[in-house]
Ligand binder design. Structure first.
Ligand SMILES: NC(=O)c1ccc[n+]([C@@H]2O[C@H](COP(=O)([O-])OP(=O)(O)OC[C@H]3O[C@@H](n4cnc5c(N)ncnc54)[C@H](O)[C@@H]3O)[C@@H](O)[C@H]2O)c1
Length: 402
């Protein structure tokens, strides 16, 4: 039922699915996917399976799997290796099971499968054609691998295409992080001082939505450009050490580690809430928090209370793992429609083009980005203008001036 509701909100992917079903582009193609196992992911997997693919799926984070969705997929014959709360050891067991399916195309969200293939499962390098990466953190890892000459198959950076990061990271993370914050704490945001660490695509969306809910938003950054943009967007900008003394809520989305550590915990007010929406649980140093605290107890679902030795209480959402997926349901289906349409169409592009590619990080084809935005506008009933021949000529020339 949940998956059907998601599908209803994903008109672009639905059209692609109907087309795949007719044309069978993935006949005899094995696809391994390491993605958050949500209802939207289930719709993507369904599209690939209807297109003829043999798909094996594992989760891309120990706390993001929706068990009912995993069960639903399994009942439809998909090979799923994922459950919520999986231990680190079992997490890698799941990844290995997915790789046992001998994939030709590998879809990653955080580059865990590709790391495994380039490490303990190198035999697969002979049979993998290409990969796709969903998120910022994964793309950073892949570019580092390519730069070091270590990347052994071509990968398409789905995250970097506009129809992904300008919508999913911005509107998706913006809204679903607030959803996670409210479900985990049920606090009133109006009047609270909310600190957003990182003013990238995710951080911008989170700051915008927090402001809309009445919070007084402070931004912390390390890059002068987004810091300046935050100032001009009307937010206060300051170093984390200064924000630590005044914030009520701290949300990270930097893709970086040790953004909030012991030196900040000791400055924070009693009752401070901490949460992360970045890909890995390294942004808030939870080990530091545990060491600094006198005791820890779970006070609500997805909320742990750390009592400091001086009596202050700090609250950590979902163990510092991405709170929009761990404490809520991840991004709304309507925005994942675009990200997963990019994934689905790129998969087909790889089937036809993988032999022509080098072991590099590639952008999504501009034609795919254009198709996805056009289909999404169509589904929203929005029409736009078209360039006239004279405008086309003007925009391609340099002779006309004042
Ligand atoms: N939770 C989700 O559903 C979801 C969705 C998309 C992306 N992500 C993840 O969120 C993270 C951010 O993604 P993005 O697309 O916004 O990246 P981005 O590169 O657009 O932005 C990151 C920003 O953080 C800043 N930053 C880096 N280190 C910092 C530090 N120590 N203190 C303050 N700011 C710092 C950078 O300067 C940059 O402006 C990544 O880990 C990405 O994989 C999560």
């Amino acid at each position: 039922m949940k998956v059907a509701l998601a599908e209803a909100e994903m008109p672009v992917l639905r059209q692609i699915m109907a087309d795949f079903k007719k044309r069978q582009p993935f006949k005899n193609v094995s696809i391994a996917a390491c993605l958050h196992v949500t209802k939207e992911t289930a719709v993507l997997i369904k599209a690939l399976v209807l297109g003829g693919a043999d798909v094996a799926l594992c989760g891309s984070n120990p706390l993001s799997t929706q068990d009912d969705v995993a069960a639903d997929l399994a009942s439809h014959g998909v090979k799923v290796f994922a459950w919520r709360g999986v231990s680190p050891e079992k997490y890698y067991w799941c990844l290995n099971k997915v790789l046992d399916n001998k994939p030709q195309i590998v879809i990653d969200d955080g580059a865990d499968l590709i790391s495994l293939i380039h490490g303990k499962r190198r035999a697969l390098l002979k049979t993998v054609w290409a990969g796709q990466e969903e998120t910022t953190t994964g793309v950073i890892r892949l570019r580092a691998m390519a730069k070091a000459g270590k990347l052994k198959y071509p990968v398409v950076a789905i995250n970097d295409t506009p129809t992904k990061h300008m919508f999913d990271n911005y509107y998706g993370t913006g809204q679903s992080t607030m959803d996670g914050l409210l479900r985990a704490t049920n606090i009133l945001l109006s009047g609270k001082i909310l600190v957003v660490a990182g003013y990238g695509y995710c951080g911008k969306g989170m700051a915008l939505r927090a402001k809309g809910l009445g919070a007084r938003v402070i931004v912390t950054e390390v890059d002068p450009l987004p810091a300046l943009q935050a100032v001009m967007d009307g937010f206060e900008v300051m170093p984390m050490k200064a924000a630590a003394k005044i914030g009520d809520i701290f949300l990270t989305a930097t893709g970086d580690k040790d953004v909030i550590t012991r030196e900040h915990f000791k400055l924070m007010k009693d009752g401070t809430i901490l949460g992360n929406s970045g890909h890995f649980n390294v942004e808030i140093n939870a080990a530091d928090l545990e060491r600094t605290a006198g005791s820890v107890k779970r006070v609500r679902d997805n909320l742990d209370e750390y009592t400091m030795k001086d009596g202050r209480k700090l609250y950590l959402i979902a163990e510092g793992r991405l709170m929009n997926l761990a404490a809520a349901e991840g991004h709304p289906s309507a925005v994942m429609d675009m990200s997963f349409a990019d994934q689905a169409l790129t998969c087909e592009w790889l089937v036809h083009n993988h032999k022509l590619l080098e072991n590099k990080v590639y952008d999504v084809q501009p034609a795919i980005d254009e198709k996805v935005s056009r289909l999404k506008l169509q589904s929203l009933g929005v029409k736009i203008d078209a360039l006239t021949p004279a405008q086309k000529k003007y925009l391609a020339s340099w002779q006309e001036g004042t």
